[in-house]
Structures are given as C-alpha cells and as structure tokens.
Ligand binder design. Structure first.
Ligand code: 13P
Length: 251
C-alpha cells in the first residue's frame, strides 16, 4: 500500500528558533500508520529539527549539491546532510529550476547523489502556464521525469517520490482542479510503468503541489493517483498544517 504523504516546503522561511517552536506545537499530533508527515526546512533549521524527537515529523532538506565535495562556495552536500541525520531531500523544485538554472541533467545528477547516500528524494516536476496552454504539459512532465530517473533502478525507486507541481499553481492561489491533478498523476504512473514496471509504478507515491490549502486538500486526496501533497504557504502556519495532516489521516 502506498503511503499518504503530507509534506510542507517552508522554502526560505523560518529561523532555527521559529522552526523549533513550530514543531514543538506538534508533539501531540496524531499521525495514522498509512501517513508520513515531512517538513522540508531551510538548511540552518535541519539539525535542531532532527534532534527534536518530541514531534512525530520527518525532516527533509529542500536541495543538495550534485557533487560529493569540492570548490562549490555556498553549497551543501549529501554527506553533510546525512551526517546530521537528514535522510530525505526535495530535488528539482521549479524555483530551483527557474531561479538557479537547474536543468534536467543537474536534477538527474542530484537524484544519483541522493541515492548514493541512501537518501530518499522527492523529485519535483511540472509545466509552465504557457506549456499547459499549448497542451504540452504531459510531454513536458514526461521528459522531466525520463531525464531525472534515467539512471535509477526499479529497486531504487523505493526511495523516490514524485511531486507534480504545475508552476502556474505555485503561490498563485490557483490550484489545479482535482481532475487535472488526477490526470497528471495517472500519466506519471504510466510513465513509471514504461520506465520500470507496473509493480514499481504502483508502489511510488505521487504528490500534488500548488496552492494546496485546508479547504481544497480533501478533494485532491480523494483522487486515486494523488497520494499526498507538497504544500508551501499553508505549511507555514501550525493551525493550517495541522488540518492538512488531519486530511491525510482521512485518505
Ligand atoms: P504553495 O503551496 O505556496 O503554492 O507552494 C507550493 C510549492 O511550491 C511546494 O513545494
């Protein structure tokens, strides 16, 4: 059975102290067995979150560098992350692609780097508005996925989740309809079947992201191929994040 994943991507928000006070309000959080709750925190907050064993939340990075080590000023490697107990990372978020020139081939290298360090990766894909309007969205997402996963084996897919985040729905208040989210998630699962096999595709959790809020999450999670959500803005406030987790428990 696939896990339901409720992941919050805090992006460039929260200091280590405010991150810690956020998770401290979650020590009583009830998370059902089929659910994983993951916080993708800024680098500086990761270590204190990992050490705070009171909250039943898993901790993820938002990015890593594709090389093992070297002269890459300002970057963070997979071994630095695992050395502080971080075993999950986002890879290829559209903001990384858009503002930091992350190409599909860099995304593929980052996936390899995460896997080489036994990390799990939430690999993000999604089309721009102009690509959807030109009816190219399925093609764009297929090529992003094929490139990102080109050197991944089916057994390694146990450590990969896919997050579909249409760029036009991120931070805009425009959510894809639950039918659009389902259609793309189904398409992604078909690509995974082609790249690997049906069994691998059916085990992989596929998340939707883009203006997910407490008042639209239920409808999204009702869709059979939408296994969870990756949430930006609504994950910053503990009250709304708690209702998102409750919705996950109900899936
Ligand atoms: P919003 O939920 O703020 O639209 O952000 C989505 C996102 O980019 C999560 O990674």
């Amino acid at each position: 059975m696939r896990k339901t994943i409720i992941a919050g991507n805090w992006k460039m928000h929260k200091t280590p102290a405010s991150a810690l006070s956020f998770v401290e309000t979650f020590s009583d959080l009830e998370i059902y067995d089929h659910v994983r709750v993951i916080i993708c925190a800024p680098y500086l907050a990761l270590e204190s979150l990992v050490q705070n064993a009171n909250a039943p939340l898993e901790v993820s990075a938002q990015n890593l560098h594709q090389e093992e080590e070297g002269a890459y000023t300002g970057e963070i490697s997979a071994s630095m992350l695992t050395s502080i107990g971080v075993g999950i990372t986002l890879i290829g978020h559209s903001e990384r692609r858009q503002y930091f020139n992350e190409t599909d081939s860099i995304v593929a290298k980052k996936v390899q780097q995460a896997l080489a360090h036994n990390m799990e990766a939430i690999v993000c894909v999604g089309e721009q508005l102009s690509e959807r309007e030109a009816d190219q969205h399925e093609f764009v997402v297929s090529s992003q996925l094929k490139e990102a996963l080109k050197d991944v084996s089916s057994s390694q897919m146990d450590r990969i989740c896919i997050a579909y985040e249409p760029v036009w729905a991120i931070g805009t208040g425009k959510t894809a309809s639950s039918l659009d989210a389902q259609a793309m998630s189904h398409h992604i699962r078909r690509i995974l079947s082609d790249l690997f096999d049906d069994e691998t595709a059916s085990r992989c959790s596929i998340l939707y992201g883009g203006s997910v809020k407490p008042d639209n999450i239920d409808e999204l999670l009702m869709e059979p191929d939408v296994d969870g959500v990756l949430v930006g803005g609504a994950s910053l406030d503990p009250v709304s994040f708690r209702s998102l987790v409750k919705a996950g428990n109900k899936k």
